[in-house]
Design a protein around this ligand. Structure first.
Ligand SMILES: [Zn+2]
Length: 141
C-alpha cells in the first residue's frame, strides 16, 4: 500500500483535514520562526511555543528557478523532464516569512504583494509508491 508522507517532520500538521504550517513563537519577544526551532532567532530565548500559521498571506518576493533542486528537495525530475518553477517567500499575518515553491511559474502571473494560499500537494513519488507531500503557495483565484 502506498501512503502519503510529509517531506519533513514538524513542518506542518499531518495527517490533518486542513493541514497548517507550524512555527515556533517566542513567548518573550513574540517573534515567530519557521520552521519551528527550539529557541528564538531574534532574542535566543528558549521559551517558545509551536503554533499553526494562517493559510493565506502575501507574496513578499519571488523568482523562477531554471535549474533542478538538490536533495532533499529533489523530485522525480530529470534534466529532460524538468520544468522551471516559481519559488518565493510568503509573508503571513503575524510577521513570519516562509520560503516555498509556487504553483505558478509564469512571471506574467506573479507579482509582489499578491495574495496566495498555502496548499499541500505531492512533491514526488518514491520508488515504493509513497507520495511525499509538501506545501506550495498558490495565487488566490
Ligand atoms: Zn524572542
Amino acid at each position: 500500500m502506498s501512503k502519503q508522507v510529509p517531506i519533513a517532520e514538524g513542518l506542518f500538521t499531518w495527517p490533518a483535514e486542513n493541514p497548517a504550517l507550524l512555527c515556533s513563537r517566542c513567548q518573550q519577544c513574540g517573534i515567530a520562526t519557521f520552521p519551528a526551532a527550539q529557541s528564538c532567532q531574534a532574542c535566543s530565548g528558549e521559551d517558545v511555543a509551536v503554533e499553526e500559521l494562517p493559510g493565506r498571506g502575501t507574496l513578499w518576493t519571488w523568482t523562477v528557478q531554471q535549474f533542478m533542486p538538490k536533495s532533499p528537495y529533489n523530485s522525480n525530475e530529470t534534466p529532460e523532464t524538468f520544468k522551471p518553477y516559481g519559488v518565493g517567500y510568503l509573508e503571513l499575518p503575524g510577521g513570519v516569512r516562509v520560503e516555498g515553491r509556487l504553483t505558478e511559474n509564469d512571471p506574467a502571473k506573479l507579482s509582489i504583494g499578491m495574495e496566495m494560499d498555502v496548499v499541500f500537494d505531492t512533491w514526488r513519488v518514491e520508488d515504493n509508491g509513497d507520495e511525499v507531500v509538501s506545501f506550495f503557495f498558490k495565487p488566490v483565484a
